[in-house]
Every structure is written in structure tokens, then in C-alpha cells.
Design a protein around this ligand. Structure first.
Ligand code: TYM
Length: 334
């Protein structure tokens, strides 16, 4: 982490609530890998967030390691960045409590992710699901980041984190840096293949999501079956959600513009286009999977990365937490 003081800082995280999708990759991970040389980076696996929805304990443990191995497989360098588990840095939960006293019930009630998740898990609308954005604000504000690279679904949470930080700063003087969301131009919202008006998600058990560990056959099959409209022309247009989504995926993986894609497939049908998208995605994933397989089989190395990462993260997080405790008036014996 050379030049730490002149580089700007970024922080981001993924919930280990299943296998990561190409949405997580295009909306978040890929950009983290691109930004790692220019920023001082903290990349967290947010396991505390994951238990807002019931998890099988053994699977959660395994998913934490799998998520870390995927961070490494997409090229995130553990020597340059702090890679850590949220539950290994107690300051996240501690700051979250303090911030919850500076967050309004009305603000949390307006969060669309809370509304969506409580509709999906109507038998378990727990308090953690409701206060989730406060913990996310703590994740962010502890590291005083300039930018938070995320997909567009997280924008509302980052805006809330900014509001909480401003409120706290106004009461107690400058304490938190006010972070900006950072979103990619293409790939900020990848949609479900089976329901292209909804976001692609880790928890989709059908054929709507392409997971980073899917094999070639599965990728080709899912894209072949992707819902598209009744037309046949490969053209980006209002209302053609399925084709627009496949064009976004193809563009994100190949770097081609929509015009270039339209030219490439002019006179050809959806079938040819879907095959090309399938091949492109499968090839990109094969490369990630080769690397993933090496990382996931070395648990000792993963543990060492987590230990180093949590020490680096704790150092910064503790500094912010101590400042907050002092400002709100907690007595310190030191
Ligand atoms: P999560 O785990 O749902 O997703 C991780 C990242 O992937 C992005 N993403 C997508 N991008 C494009 N298309 C999609 N279909 C898609 N699905 C997910 C998300 O925007 C995110 O960047 N609350 C967060 C995790 C979190 C966090 C944080 C993020 C907790 N604390 C602090 C940043 C900073 C979440 O549930 O992400």
C-alpha cells in the first residue's frame, strides 16, 4: 500500500449469500480490479449483512472463502489491498450502533432494498433487515473513502450513508469524509435472463442468473433460453429489455459499442447473437475459474490473506471509531 497518504481511498463489499453472478462481476468486482493500482483499497466480504436472511452456517462459512477466492481470481491483489471479512473487524458492528442513533425510522422505511427483501422474506422481516443500511454506512464511513464502487442498486444506500455522515458532522464537527458512489458506464445493472425487468441476483435458483462458477454448457444453455421479445433484429431499443440486457452483457465483456454490435449482427437473428454472447461469457468465466480453483484449494493462504487484511482494516477502522466515541462523549480511561 505504497503512497497511502496521497492516493484516494475506496471501500466496497459483497454479501457472501451465494455464488457471485456476472452482475456482481460487471457491476463491482471488475472495477475494483481496475482501480486497485490508483487507489488505497479496502474490499470486504460482508458476512454480518448476510445473516439478515437465514443462512445455513456451514454454507455461510464456505461462501465467505469462495467469495474471497473469487476476489483473487478476478485479479485483486492481496498485497496491494486489504481483503477481509466484516465479522473480523468488530468496529463495523460498534459504529453501526452509534450511527443507528443518528438515522431516522422514516429514512430506513424508504429504502427500496428493504421493501423488496421484506416482500421476498415475509416470514422473517427482522430488525437487522431494517437497519441493514446503517451497518452499510458504518462499513463505508469507517474507512473515510472518497469513492464506493458499486452497481446502481446500491446507490440509495450510499446516499443514506452520506446523509448520516453529514448529520453527524453537523452536530460534532468534521468527523467523516462524505463518499461518492462510483458506477461503471456499462454493467451497472445486469438484469435477470428469465425476467429482464428484474435485477440478476445471487439468490435466483432458476436460469435467470449466470454464476461465476457456471460451466460452459450451463452458460450457453441459460443464454439460449434467455427471454427476448418476439422480434428478430439485434438492436438496442426502448422496451426490448431482454435484448438490451444481452447487448449490455456482450458489450461489457467485449468492449464493443452498441453500434458495433448492431453492425456485427445485422442480417443475423437472435440465435446467432445468443450463441456469440454465450461463447464470450463462457470463455471469460473459464479464465476466472482456472484461477479460482487454485486459490480455493489453498486454505492456508486464504487464512493468511484474511488475517493480514483484517489487521490493515482494523487499524483504519479503529482510528475512526475512537474519534467517534470521543465526539459523542464516551469516557475513555486512556
Ligand atoms: P450485493 O452483495 O448484493 O452485491 C455486490 C455488488 O454487486 C453489485 N450488483 C450488481 N451490479 C450490476 N448488476 C447486477 N445485477 C448486480 N447485482 C449486484 C452491487 O451493486 C454491489 O456493488 N449492500 C451491498 C453490500 C455492502 C456494501 C457495503 C457495498 C455492504 N456494505 C459497503 C459497498 C460498500 C450488497 O448487498 O451487495
Amino acid at each position: 500500500m505504497e503512497n497511502m497518504d496521497i492516493k484516494k481511498t475506496i471501500l466496497s463489499g459483497v454479501q457472501p449469500s451465494g455464488t457471485l453472478t456476472i452482475g456482481n462481476y460487471l457491476g463491482a468486482l471488475r472495477n475494483w480490479a481496475k482501480m486497485q493500482n490508483d487507489y488505497n483499497c479496502y474490499f470486504c466480504v460482508v458476512d454480518l449483512h448476510a445473516i439478515t436472511v437465514r443462512q445455513v452456517p456451514a454454507e455461510l462459512r464456505q461462501n465467505c472463502l469462495k467469495t474471497l477466492a473469487l476476489y483473487l481470481a478476478v485479479g485483486i491483489d492481496p498485497n496491494k489491498n486489504a481483503l477481509f471479512l466484516q465479522s473480523h473487524v468488530p468496529a463495523h458492528a460498534e459504529l453501526s450502533w452509534v450511527l443507528s442513533c443518528y438515522t431516522m425510522y422514516g429514512e430506513l422505511s424508504r429504502m427500496t432494498q428493504f421493501k423488496d427483501k421484506s416482500a421476498k422474506h415475509s416470514d422473517n422481516i427482522n430488525a437487522g433487515l431494517f437497519t441493514y443500511p446503517v451497518l452499510m454506512a458504518a462499513d463505508i464511513l469507517l474507512y473515510q473513502p472518497d469513492l464506493v464502487p458499486v452497481g446502481s442498486d446500491q446507490k440509495q444506500h450510499i446516499e443514506l450513508a452520506r446523509d448520516i455522515a453529514n448529520r453527524f458532522n453537523n452536530v460534532y464537527s468534521e468527523t467523516f469524509k462524505i463518499p461518492e458512489p462510483y458506477m461503471p458506464k456499462i454493467g451497472t445493472r445486469i438484469m435477470s435472463l428469465s425476467e429482464p425487468t428484474s435485477k440478476m441476483s445471487k439468490s435466483d435458483s432458476g436460469d435467470g442468473s449466470i454464476f461465476l462458477l457456471d460451466n460452459k454448457d450451463a452458460v450457453i444453455r441459460k443464454i439460449k433460453r434467455a427471454v427476448t421479445d418476439s422480434g428478430s433484429e439485434v438492436r438496442y431499443a426502448e422496451g426490448k429489455d431482454g435484448i438490451n440486457n444481452l447487448m449490455s452483457i456482450y458489450s461489457a465483456f467485449t468492449g464493443k459499442t452498441f453500434d458495433e454490435i448492431e453492425n456485427e449482427f445485422s442480417g443475423k437473428g437472435y440465435g446467432d447473437f445468443k450463441l456469440a454472447v454465450g461463447e464470450t461469457v463462457a470463455d471469460a468465466l473459464a479464465d476466472i475459474q482456472d484461477k479460482y480453483n487454485v486459490f480455493i484449494s489453498d486454505k492456508e493462504q486464504l487464512n493468511k490473506i484474511l488475517l493480514d487484511g483484517s489487521q490493515k482494516a482494523s487499524y483504519t477502522a479503529e482510528k475512526t471509531l475512537r474519534k467517534v466515541y470521543r465526539k459523542v462523549g464516551f469516557y475513555s480511561i486512556k
